[in-house]
Design a protein around this ligand. Sequence first.
Ligand SMILES: [Zn+2]
Length: 285
Amino acid sequence: MPRMYRLVVCTALFVALVATDIAKKANEAHAERLVLSNRSVSCGAANRGKLNNGVRLPAKGAGYVIPGHWLKRNYRYGSQQLVSLIKRAARTVARSHPGAILGVSDLSKKNGGTLYNHQSHQSGRDVDLHYYAVDRKNRPFMPDKYMPHYLYNGRAVYARKMGRVPERFFDLARNWAFVKALLTDRSANVTHIFASYQIKSWLLKYAKQKRASRALISRMHKVIMQPSDSGAHNDHMHVRVGCSHTDIRLGHCRRDNWPTSHLRKRRKGKIRLHYWRKCPSKTNS
Ligand SMILES: [Zn+2]
């Protein structure tokens, strides 16, 4: 009987090993197929990741434009989910509020990775956006090369490192319509909207005036936040989408940033910095 028992255990172990190996090979084959099919894969964390087969956002489309200043940088690649979301949300606002044009600045590089002047934007799930603005006569203000700071009265005339810039005012109606389009999108999961406390409070107050649902207001409370480790975001909105199931499986996509304290320790210890930057493509490693 003990010998029989050992035989059964050994057979079970062998079957389990074979099954694991088959599953691993199937996963790799699936990854290969996705890579060949040009599907985007977000890898690692937003502040420590890469992007495989990044989707390029066209320079302009229905309701949005990438101003020339940012177009030259060519950081306009993102995951399929992010790029489609920007297009859908901008189109929705343009339809409900004609004349509105969303200014889009940086997404990620084609293959992701570190981006000058940004802590995140590495895995194709982050985008910086201009706030919708109006001029003194309440006419839509076309996005230009500046991202000025909106003061407590909603007016903006100064931009970081640029000094005085053409005057504009925060367009609450359009910014609210855009945030609503983001948070009610059924295909992409927006996990973070970085905006200043002031802007968050304007949006929440306006949403209540417009009788937004409790669920939407509660989601705004959770998702809109002023980051603690970077600027207040009173000059632009930073939007981040979550990982898709496929990205988690293939790219080890992480929903949140890799803790920076951990990064510092790793840098001191000269441990490889690109630990999370493994993407399924051989060309990206
Ligand atoms: Zn950003």
